[in-house]
Design a protein around this ligand. Structure first.
Ligand code: ZN
Length: 164
């Protein structure tokens, strides 16, 4: 079965930056599952998936604009420590360059620590992968029709997808 709109795709992937440094891998865990054609995954990867089949193995390199966007150098923010996830102990150990999660009105967001103080932390709110050219080594595990429920929810259910 070919990957097209409203198919559920399960796949393993290895993600590398432009220097070949591994950033993430799903190997060794559950494959990832997504509903194709609904913007569930970054646009460059979704485009590369179109028309592929179960058991296809391929690599795709995605420009920043089709992945997590370009870096915005003005995206700096001072955040009260209480808006950070984690306990007191971990907040006392913040170092520049660390990725932390802040709770915002739009939900949890990953940011990078620029400078940590006693009550506030200066963070870079760009996505940690913004500005990076990313290469995905993809191993398609399976392709199936989405259920009506999955289409109405706009995401995959089951292993690697959403659990309600
Ligand atoms: Zn759902």
């Amino acid at each position: 079965m070919q990957i097209s709109k409203d198919k559920i795709v399960t796949f393993h992937y290895r993600l590398q930056d432009e220097n070949g440094v591994e950033i993430e891998s799903s190997h060794g865990g559950d494959p990832m599952a997504y509903l194709h054609g609904h913007g569930n995954i970054i646009s460059g990867l979704e485009k590369g998936m179109e028309g592929k089949n179960a058991e296809d193995i391929f690599s795709i390199t995605v420009e920043a604009k089709d992945a997590y966007g370009e870096r915005n150098e003005d995206s700096k923010q001072r955040v009260p420590l209480k808006h950070l996830s984690g306990d007191k102990k971990s907040k006392a150990k913040l170092k520049p360059g660390m990725v932390v999660t802040i709770n915002t009105e739009e939900g949890a967001k990953q940011v990078i620590v620029i400078k940590a103080g006693k009550f506030n932390v200066d963070v870079d709110t760009n996505h940690p992968l913004a500005g990076k050219i990313l290469t995905f080594d993809v191993d398609v595990q399976g392709v199936r029709d989405a259920s009506n429920e999955e289409i109405s929810h706009g995401h995959a259910h089951g292993v690697g997808g959403h659990h309600h």
